[in-house]
Ligand binder design. Structure first.
Ligand code: AGP
Length: 594
């Protein structure tokens, strides 16, 4: 799981490649590198660290054609040798690779026997030696022959010292071409190119392209083809922090707008009705939501929301664990949530769902991402680009989508008007919460004194406890566990005490009295308790040490507000710990490995 970029034109390629690499850095950031064609040679530079680290060591490299890579290590430790680009034995061919080559050990043994010398532990390096084996002046031919040996996934960009352009090819890893005036580009995703062009072409699995400054040729199964040119609609300003210290904070603050945009055109202006432009299909007898990480938490919320408003059976699964029996899902819709649209576990789960007879709906924030090619129908989030590795505004957009879908497919008689009204009011409630952050700061200091904490909830807020714990782990590096409040006494109680605080999600809903019971039991065991409660709850303060308030809302919408409160708490805790908030260690934004 890495980011690849390529440029060929008449300008200096190095600053362009570095800008594009910065934009794909969310895909991995343990090491990075570039290779440029310069006066008949390949100049390659790479190192451990992020793009800015390399830029600070390397003022300039000249050349008007080049490739770049930012890595999230899978095969081989994150070190300089394993960083890309990878060169052949002669140093005249260089390539960057995103994906995994399953049969690389066998290929490596074979190439070593043939006299090739390897300098890294990576699977990717075998490809540069395979290209070397076949290269006789036509790089396209050599790449075509090389990839016939590969089992696995790849997005490749390859240059050779005496070839005036870049050859790119993809299979099961994303790759987009960017079209310019006297220059052309390639990258793992379209936003990476936004600063330089809005005209993009999405390659399909197996497509190969030869990029030169004045031409782009695309080949599929040995035949020249033309593919549609798309215009990117996102603005480059959306990719910048615009004054915020971190993207995470900016993206949390964008949520009122995200909710509004994801609702636009999807709730009727005249009647209480959710209108989704879904392809006509027999309505399901049951709904199954799947996703990974934060997207799985949105799936759980989908399941619980449907169960609260209708008798339609609903389930949620972690995508990697979803393995239905053949023909067992003929009456079901499977709703696959993935903000990036690239998560391999989710995409493979969709394939299994289809094999089991389900109708599949992909829900994603990224148009033309891989999920669009495997799902029967699509629902797009309108969150705009999310740069921080931690999903915040895309989670919120997923909640909007799963609630809308549920209201569309299983409208609750007698309750629909109230729920649609509450949907409409959420942007302003989230805005009010964002505007009233003063009480959060005091809690940040308190909670940052601990190494472990629990988050507890009941009913529809249980997935929010899980999501809050995930955010605290990944962004604030704090060990946190989300737990159904009733479950604490079945084991985790053993860990309670004065060094283990508990955050209780306690909106005044049907679960409230039972939540108070749980809080009292926890206090008896000596744990400090902080509650997140409605702003009109004047009682809760008697039971807990601290209260963080959220605007009053319908109980089924309290998860949205609890989510924002926990996002802000996490952000400020991580900021106080001086952590790399937007790029937490060992993580990447899109996880394209199984
Ligand atoms: C979220 O903060 C995480 N970084 C991660 O759990 C993420 O939600 C997960 O990898 C799924 O990603 P997706 O939505 O792009 O499929």
């Amino acid at each position: 799981m890495c980011g690849v970029v390529a440029y060929t034109g008449f300008k200096e390629a190095y600053p362009i490649l570095m800008s594009c690499l910065k934009r794909v850095e969310y895909r991995g950031y343990d090491s990075c590198g570039v290779a440029l064609l310069d006066g008949g040679d390949v100049q390659s530079h790479k190192d451990v660290g992020a793009v800015d680290d390399l830029r600070s060591k390397l003022e300039h490299v000249s050349g008007a054609t080049g490739i770049g890579h930012t890595r999230w290590a899978t095969v081989g430790k994150p070190n300089k040798e394993n960083a890309h680009p990878h060169l052949d034995c002669s140093g005249r061919i260089a390539l960057v690779h995103n994906g995994d080559i399953d049969n690389f050990m066998a290929l490596k043994d074979e190439l070593i026997k043939q006299g090739h010398t390897f300098t890294s532990e990576t699977d990717s390096e075998v490809i540069s030696h395979l290209v070397e084996r076949y290269y006789a002046g036509d790089l396209r031919e050599a790449v075509i022959k090389a990839i016939t040996h590969l089992e696995g996934s790849y997005a490749l960009a390859v240059v050779a010292a005496d070839f005036p352009g870049v050859v790119v090819v993809r299979k099961e890893s994303p790759l987009v071409l960017g079209l310019g005036e006297h220059e052309n580009f390639a990258a793992s995703d379209a936003p990476a190119l936004l600063e330089f062009t809005r005209r993009v072409v999405y390659l399909e699995d197996g497509d190969l392209a030869v990029l030169k400054p004045e031409s782009v040729e695309i080949w599929r199964a040995g035949t020249r083809i033309e593919l549609p040119v798309h215009q990117i609609t996102w603005n480059v300003s959306e990719l910048d922090r615009v004054g915020y210290p971190h993207f995470m904070l900016k993206e949390i603050h964008e949520q009122p707008r995200v909710i509004r945009d994801t609702l636009v055109g999807r709730i009727s202006l005249t009647e209480p009705r959710a209108d989704l432009p879904l392809a006509a299909h027999k309505p399901p007898a049951r709904l199954i939501f799947i996703g990974c990480g934060t997207s799985y938490h949105a799936a759980l919320l989908g399941q619980l929301f449907v169960s609260q408003i209708s008798p339609m059976p609903a389930h949620a699964y972690v995508a990697s664990e979803f393995d239905p029996l053949p023909s067992s899902l003929k009456d079901a819709w499977v709703v696959a949530l993935t903000q990036s649209g690239e998560t391999t576990d989710t995409i493979n789960a969709i394939r299994r769902a289809k094999a089991a007879g389900a109708w599949t709906i992909g829900v994603t924030n990224v148009k033309e991402s891989s999920i669009t090619r495997v799902s029967d129908d699509m629902l797009y989030l309108q969150a705009g680009p999310e740069v921080s590795v931690a999903a915040t505004k895309t989670f919120m957009a997923q909640l909007v989508a799963v609630y809308l879908l549920s209201l569309h497919l299983a409208p609750p008689p007698g309750q629909l008007g109230e729920l649609i009204g509450e949907l409409r009011s959420m942007p302003s409630k989230v805005q009010r919460l964002i505007n009233s952050q003063s009480s959060i700061q005091a809690l940040v200091k308190k909670l940052n004194a601990y190494d472990h904490l629990f988050l507890i909830a009941r009913g529809i807020n249980v997935p929010v406890a899980y999501e809050g714990a995930l955010k605290l782990k990944e962004v604030a590096y704090l060990h946190a566990e989300g737990c159904a409040a009733g479950e604490l006494k079945h084991g985790p109680f053993a860990l309670l005490g004065q060094n283990t605080p508990v955050i209780a999600l306690a909106p005044r809903d049907a679960q409230y009295p039972r939540m108070l019971t749980a809080i009292k039991e926890i206090k008896t065991r000596g744990s400090p308790v902080m509650a997140i409660a409605f702003s009109d709850d004047n009682d809760i303060g008697r039971y807990v040490d601290d209260v963080l308030t959220i605007p009053v809302a319908h109980g089924l919408f309290s998860p949205w507000l609890n989510t924002v409160a926990l996002q802000l708490l996490t952000y400020y805790m991580a900021a106080a710990r001086n952590l790399p908030i937007d790029k937490p260690r060992h993580l990447a934004k899109s996880v394209t490995v199984p």
